[in-house]
Design a protein around this ligand. Structure first.
Ligand code: NAP
Length: 325
């Protein structure tokens, strides 16, 4: 079968290649899935460089998450051939077949196609775990979402709006503002360059943000410490800017806010019942038509390079989804 292999770590994708490899053999407890769609996440790009916190040894098959049809499963797994499932196991999604433990899979929401399901998974569970589970977001809260054109950022905007929060989206790319506004329908889209606190203060009538959701870090994080309301939360989601910010601990004390670290995948592994409840809540919202994952481009897996390069160039509004075969 065809699979996208990271043969060796590289900064420029030169170690990545689409190759014919032996199909996975399902082990007991695993489910064998015919992958119909698989979405690209920032960690996939980082893993080609060895820059992600999880560092699989090369060679490995790339791809955090997929959606597809069950081919084989143990009877006790609760899955049967033909079931439509979504999930993933950190690597192995960018291939025609994937075999993963049954607890890494959940049913595709009714009425949702495979590309949308592949695009929804990790982005929405990250957004939900951050905003709802840890952030205790309430209706009417002001939520400031950085990197709003990204998979996780757009999901956070979409979810927060669906749950009745007031969203201010930020982007570092002025040309993306209109597309973010059309897809995420926030109260406003502002630029995250330089000093954006005044814009946040104006939009919120001086209140500032109850939750800041920050996948970008660096200078954006630094300015965000000036944008959190008293009693609010500044959520550390990622570092797409490439810089992990430092903060003096007197700042959250004086301003009365909390810094919350988010690790959505690890949270679901440590608290499997909560992880399942989060997936179920997202599925209900999707089935009710309240949330819609945004896909920037749908590509055959043979065009994997276009997707990876667009992500590295920061040239996306929404997810890249690959279709193998
Ligand atoms: N904490 C968790 O549990 C968790 C789970 C999943 C993902 N993550 C993290 O969340 C982050 C976003 O992941 P994603 O899959 O949504 O990525 P993505 O689709 O590539 O989006 C990242 C966004 O970050 C912004 N950005 C700002 N500076 C950037 C730079 N120098 N290079 C590239 N992008 C830059 C861009 O938005 P603008 O152009 O609009 O500014 C970009 O669209 C990653 O750091 C990832 O590791 C965390």
């Amino acid at each position: 079968m065809q699979a996208l292999r990271v043969e060796r770590l590289s900064d420029d994708l030169s170690g990545v290649t689409l190759a014919d490899v032996t199909a996975p053999v399902r082990a007991s407890g695993e489910v064998l899935v015919k992958v119909r769609a698989a979405s690209l996440n920032f960690p996939d790009l980082l893993m080609t460089r060895g820059e992600y916190q999880f560092k699989p040894e090369a060679p490995f098959t790339s791809g955090l998450e997929f959606a597809g049809e069950v081919l084989e499963a143990d009877h006790e797994s609760g899955f049967a051939p033909g079931d439509r499932v979504m999930g993933g196991n950190k690597t192995g999604a960018f291939a025609e077949l994937a075999s993963v433990p049954a607890d890494k899979l959940s049913p595709v929401p009714h009425g949702m196609d495979f590309p949308a399901a592949a695009a929804m998974g990790a982005a929405y569970s990250t957004a939900f775990t951050g905003l709802v589970e840890l952030g205790r977001m309430q209706e009417g809260d002001w939520v400031l979402v950085h990197g709003a054109s990204g998979g996780v950022g757009l999901a956070a905007c979409d979810l927060a709006r669906a749950l009745g929060a007031r969203v201010i989206a930020t982007t570092g790319s002025p040309e993306k503002r209109e597309r973010i506004a059309a897809l995420a329908r926030p109260e406003a889209v502002i630029l995250s360059e330089g000093r954006f606190r005044e814009a946040v203060a104006d939009l919120t009538g001086g209140r500032l943000a109850d939750i800041v959701f920050d996948p970008v870090g660096g200078d954006v994080f630094d300015e965000s410490t000036r944008c959190v309301a008293f009693g609010g939360k500044l959520m550390v989601v990622g570092f797409t800017s490439g810089r992990i910010a430092d903060i003096s601990t007197n700042i959250p004390l004086i301003k009365g806010f909390s810094i919350v670290g988010l690790r959505a995948g690890e949270y679901a592994r440590r608290f499997p019942e909560r992880g399942a409840a989060i997936n179920q809540a997202i599925r209900r919202l999707a089935e009710a038509g309240a949330i819609t994952p945004a896909i920037d481009r749908l590509l055959p897996l043979t065009q994997w390079r276009e997707g990876f390069e667009a992500m590295a160039r920061r040239d996306l509004v929404g997810k890249v989804v690959f279709q193998p075969g």
